[in-house]
Design a protein around this ligand. Structure first.
Ligand code: FAD
Length: 408
């Protein structure tokens, strides 16, 4: 189920939809069910995970060559110089086909936005085109064992030695770091400064000597996340994005883009998947199920519209009309409703993997936690919104206390 189209769509939008649809028909297969590879996120076998990543790269490359990657990005950096409604329409049409660029979409949204805002011209021309063509893939190296919600407290140390920063420390929960070519990394470059003011944002080649990536095994058997250890890794100072010690500004752009991406990724409609499951279970005419399916559709539609309002403002250089954290929180709440509904539909089969439908239901039921934690937890999102609403800051150490003096 997608947004109303046709009568409510302008001729320009309808023409774009038609050209996207015919390009997709030439380059991809239509989905045949909700269990196509594009919707499956469960990859217990590490080889299957890597194979999935390779297929995501291949599809990203195809969209790049076809003129559908970086639709709103500047042409000089490999983009199309288009409008955000084009991205929305392309995603809606793409969701009907058995393709995805998977996690690449997240890192492209995060780092692409940060580089376009804060990168030098040389960094933009060096890194943005291969990001869009998937010739270079990226992972986010932010969280640490003692710095998740309190990200600005991070301890991974970078010491300047001539033209390089020598990095020692550990990161954790780094999605797909086992497969990525490059990472965008936050390091503590000045321990004497207050915690937000001694952080540097730097790009690191994941094949650099001294980097060790250890996949973490999740309770469901997947290894989406990794621990990444830095043992005396030399990174050129030229790889710093923004100013040395002022990486928090760049990190905030990444976090904003991440929230917005997670909240507004759109494309595949979960309500469609749930309706499909309801039909298969013979429950589509159940009065309670119908109410819940309508609620799922309403929730999804509200999120899509909020996301479009946000994208339109950003594209036209206006300040975001709504707080970016709101989109991600809305998605997190939606996922709770979707997960509960999946359990209502599949019953105990949503707790064990006995076939594609139970895998999909499990994804909704258990996978919902990833949205309430990844990219900042719901609680932290609400704290931030509260602060921006003018509520007092949370109690804590004084904001100007040097990082090295903060009790740990
Ligand atoms: C799917 C997913 C993908 C991820 N990918 C990456 C990645 O690629 N790269 C990366 O660097 N990180 C990644 N992360 C890590 C993620 O950013 C952190 O898990 C998140 O910021 C929370 O940090 P934490 O796990 O250390 O939890 P903690 O900060 O230890 O929080 C534990 C609990 O305490 C609560 N809490 C903490 N502080 C407060 C407070 N001030 N007020 C109220 N409640 C509070 C939290 O809400 C949470 O419930 C990913 C996480 C997930 C789930």
């Amino acid at each position: 189920m997608s947004e109303p189209q046709g009568a409510t769509e302008s001729a320009e939008h309808a023409a774009y939809r038609e050209s996207a649809r015919s390009w997709l028909a030439e380059n991809a297969e239509l989905k045949t069910g909700v269990d196509d590879w594009s919707t499956q996120k469960t990859h217990v076998d590490p080889d299957a995970l890597v194979a999935y990543f390779e297929r995501c790269k291949a599809w990203q490359r195809t969209t790049f060559e076809g003129g559908y990657a970086g639709i709103t990005w500047e042409k000089a950096y490999g983009g199309q110089g288009g409008e955000s409604w084009q991205t929305r329409i392309f995603r809606e049409e793409q969701a009907k086909f058995d393709v995805t660029n998977g996690f690449l979409a997240a890192t492209t949204a995060m780092l692409g936005t940060a580089l376009r805002f804060h990168g030098t011209e040389q960094q933009k021309t060096t890194y943005l085109p291969p990001m869009l063509s998937a010739d270079q893939t990226w992972c986010q190296l932010f969280s640490e064992p003692n710095a998740g919600s309190d990200l600005a407290g991070l301890a991974c140390r970078a010491e300047r030695d001539g033209d390089v920063f020598r990095v020692n420390g550990q990161k954790v929960w780094n999605s797909m770091a086992q497969a990525a070519d490059w990472g965008f990394l936050l390091v503590r470059s000045n321990p004497d400064a207050p915690k937000h003011k001694g952080i540097t944002f730097i790009l690191v080649d994941m094949s650099s000597p001294g980097i060790e990536v250890r996949p973490l095994v999740q309770p469901n058997g997947q290894s989406h996340f990794n621990e990444v250890f830095f043992n005396g890794v030399d990174i050129p100072v030229a790889n710093v994005v923004g100013e040395i010690d002022a990486g928090w500004t760049v990190a905030k752009t990444v976090l904003m883009a991440e929230s917005q991406f997670i909240g507004g990724a759109g494309g595949a409609d979960t309500s469609t998947v749930l309706i499909d499951l309801a039909r298969k279970q013979g429950l589509a005419d159940d009065p309670v199920v119908r109410q819940e399916l309508a609620t799922a559709y309403i929730n999804e539609t509200i999120l899509k519209l909020l996301s479009q309002v946000m994208n339109d403002a950003i594209r036209s250089g206006k300040p975001p009309p709504i707080d970016g954290a709101l989109l991600k929180l809305k998605l997190a709440y939606n996922r709770v409703q979707f997960g509960n509904l999946a359990m209502l539909l599949l019953g105990p089969a949503s707790l064990v993997e006995i076939g594609p439908d139970s895998t999909r239901a499990m994804e909704e039921l258990i996978g919902r936690f990833s949205v309430s934690i990844g990219g900042g937890t719901n609680e932290v999102g609400k704290n931030n919104i509260g602060h921006r609403m003018g509520l007092p800051r949370e109690p804590g150490t004084p904001i100007d206390m040097p990082w090295k003096d903060i009790p740990r």
